[in-house]
Write a protein that binds this ligand. Structure first.
Ligand SMILES: [Zn+2]
Length: 210
């Protein structure tokens, strides 16, 4: 449990061994739960939930999100999704996002039977649109029980901030060659680049449309 963590009714906050249940919480079988939506506060040995002025909604299908790529597995990348703040609302992610990496399908067997020359093997590594540490703009394609499935397929989506794999310096967008190039070592990395790269204002505008 973290202080200031956003909770919804029924979310587990702490145990009664750790804290006493404070306002806007209730205890059941030794577990303290949030009774309302708000932020967790700890004071004088009590865990309480402080209500927030804004309405809170869950991020849902069809929305644009911003998040950081945290893990790169063989066929899936995980994304830590940021809360979206509007004037009157807060859109929160109740779970991680994931990007499924498309794999090259094995070529169909009938090609060879027809006597066509087999094409050279493609490299094994699947194409990836982003890497760990990248900040991405993506669209929520599905709201699955375990995670939000995100897509980078539409024209606005892609990497909006990234640093160099080699030296950690910021990558800059080079419009001539349509690549991201390191300011320091000039290394360039293949990415699916969003047209909103390093443009917080236009990202915000897009997020507020949803
Ligand atoms: Zn570099």
């Amino acid at each position: 449990m973290q202080e200031n963590m956003l909770v919804m009714p029924g979310d587990k906050i702490a145990t009664e061994e750790e804290f006493l249940p404070g306002s806007n919480t209730y205890a059941e079988d030794g577990i303290i739960y949030a009774a309302t939506t708000g932020r967790v506060k700890i004071a004088d040995g009590k865990a309480t939930v402080q209500t927030v002025a804004r309405d809170i909604e869950k991020i849902n299908r069809g929305m644009y999100i911003v998040g950081e790529v945290t893990d790169n597995m063989r066929s899936v990348m995980f994304v830590d999704i940021d809360t979206i703040y509007t004037k009157s609302k807060e859109f929160i992610a109740i779970k991680d996002g994931k990007i499924i990496i498309e794999r090259q399908r094995p070529k169909p067997a009938f090609r060879e039977r027809r006597g066509e020359a087999p094409r050279p093997e493609r490299p094994q590594a699947p194409e990836k649109d982003c890497g760990v540490g990248d900040i991405i703009l993506a669209k929520v394609q599905y709201n699955d029980p375990d995670a939000y499935t995100l897509t980078l397929d539409d024209s606005d989506s892609g990497v909006i901030h990234s640093v160099c794999d080699r030296c950690g310096s910021e990558l800059e967008y080079n419009s001539k060659e349509n690549v991201l190039i390191c300011k320091e070592c000039k290394y360039n990395q293949p990415r699916k680049i969003s047209p909103h790269y390093n443009n917080a204002k236009s990202v915000e505008k897009l997020l507020l449309m949803t």
